[in-house]
Design a protein around this ligand. Sequence first.
Ligand code: FES
Length: 103
Amino acid sequence: MFKTMLASTEELRPLVEIVVDGRSVQAREGEMLAAALLNAGVVPFRHTAISGQPRAPLCLMGVCFDCLVEVDGVQNTQSCMIEVHAGMTVRLQDGARRVGDVK
Ligand code: FES
């Protein structure tokens, strides 16, 4: 579905390791997290709180909120609006936000 645009080697940012639900994934530093997760085959990103329906990024521009994940302990982070950094820890969300885990 998605294809990486070709870029010269000077334009490519370094590969870094991130952890997604305990699995090590390589991504380009500074690329949008949603793109990195899709590129790694991570789908769905979450399940809704009411019906449990699977969700994945739709707009990729911060409007739909279907790309929510937990990033470095912060729940409900829009993955299409945050850049990858080395050591980032991502948890896919299942249902409602955990009460008491406010960050
Ligand atoms: S994909 Fe729509 S808000 Fe992130």
